[in-house]
Ligand binder design. Structure first.
Ligand code: NAD
Length: 353
């Protein structure tokens, strides 16, 4: 299946050099080949030519190329919708990079266009196949921690908002659309329960017009409170994941999956001794005796990341439903819209969905 890429920047290179070859190497379906690219910048088109790809001079040249069945849209976020509408009108199937677009309303228009012209449309929610996320999901589903009441998912760095367009609101900049869309997608897949409230604050430490980070608390109907933190100005990071259950705690520190699971063998310890802590004394916060807990390593989940392209090809050839479902994408967008509103009003928004 021949495809084209629109917007030949960082993520387009990742599709070309990693994601598509990984799918082709897995030998699980019809091979996908990138025939060519269109980028608004001539130097990026030249870079494509240098790689032996077709450099289309305009999007129309892609629409007219009958060999090209689908496009990957990897432009700044504000262009995902117009290119999807154009592609759909010309009968090309679409993978849109995330976030599909800047709001729930705009994303519904993408689905409307796809449905009107009968094309396959899917946002690329690739972090559903992140090993750290899948491992935490397995831990939750295994019940090893007992009733889980709190999950914390953080990504932290010190490099600020990257690049140019990510700093511009009209282009879909800001860390909510950049990272929030992934981490909220993971949160909504982690549990089947409905969301009952959303509480979010944005940070503007870099004094840009868009947020350079945010702190979001989602409460689910099953009493799990789920915190998502994105921070671009922290030089010492907190763990990527913490999951708290009545019978134990799981922690993944970093992308290499360093971490552990500590479960409880004896909840109340009558031999517990107090410790000097700061200028005081505490038993409550003293380390447990090691006989009362069990420490287990993190066992990484099996990841089949090639499933995304395999599903896309089967959706085109056999009408298989897309793995990334419309109702899931719209629910993530709805939550992002509420988070933005919560941050603006500095209020908790109570809504069940
Ligand atoms: N799924 C992921 O893990 C992931 C990671 C990074 C980026 N992304 C997404 O990929 C998209 C691109 O991000 P990036 O980091 O590659 O950005 P980038 O700035 O590196 O690349 C964007 C490219 O689009 C081109 N472009 C700009 N306007 C255009 C237009 N109107 N028509 C055609 N080309 C145009 C630019 O010249 C540039 O080459 C964004 O939507 C981003 O959110 C996804």
């Amino acid at each position: 299946m021949k495809i084209a890429i629109i917007g030949f920047g960082g993520m387009a290179g990742h599709h070309l050099n990693h994601i598509i070859p990984r799918y082709n190497d897995a030998n699980v379906g019809e091979k996908v080949e990138v025939k060519g690219v269109y980028d608004i910048k001539s130097e990026r088109r030249q870079a494509a030519r240098d790689l032996g790809l077709v450099a289309y001079g305009s999007p129309e040249e892609i629409w007219k190329d009958d060999e090209v069945e689908a496009v990957v849209i990897a432009t700044p976020n504000d262009m995902h919708l117009p290119y999807t509408e154009e592609a759909a009108r010309h009968g090309k199937h679409v993978i849109s990079e995330k976030p599909a677009s800047n709001s729930e309303l705009l994303v519904s228009k993408m689905y409307e266009a796809a449905e009107k012209y009968g094309i396959v449309f899917t946002p690329h929610q690739n972090r559903r196949w992140d090993c750290d996320y899948l491992t935490m999901k397995e831990i939750l589903d295994s019940d090893v921690l007992g009733r889980v009441y709190r999950i914390e998912s953080r990504v932290m760095g010190s490099n600020g908002i990257p690049g140019d367009w990510r700093k511009i609101d009209a282009q879909g900049g800001g860390m909510m659309l950049d990272w929030g869309v992934h981490l909220i997608d993971q949160a909504l897949l982690m549990t089947d329960a409905k969301v009952v409230s959303v509480d979010c604050s944005y940070s503007y430490e870099e004094k840009e017009e868009v947020e350079d980070g945010f702190d979001l608390e989602i409460v689910f109907e099953n009493d799990i409170s789920y915190r998502i933190v994105v921070d671009t100005n922290t030089f010492v990071s907190l763990p990527r994941w913490q999951m708290y259950g009545l019978n134990g705690t799981a922690c993944i520190n970093d992308w290499k999956l360093n971490g552990k699971i500590v479960t409880c063998l004896q909840r109340f310890d009558d031999k517990l001794e107090g410790i000097k802590a700061g200028n005081g004394f505490t038993k409550t916060m003293a380390d447990r005796r090691k006989e009362t807990v069990k420490e287990s390593p993190i066992v990484p989940a099996t990841v089949r990341a090639w499933e995304f392209y395999a599903n896309f090809v089967r959706a085109i050839r056999n009408g298989e439903p897309t793995i990334v479902k419309k109702e899931q994408v719209l629910r993530v967008c709805h939550l992002m819209d509420l988070a933005k509103e919560s941050a603006r009003r500095r209020e908790v928004i109570k809504e069940t969905f």
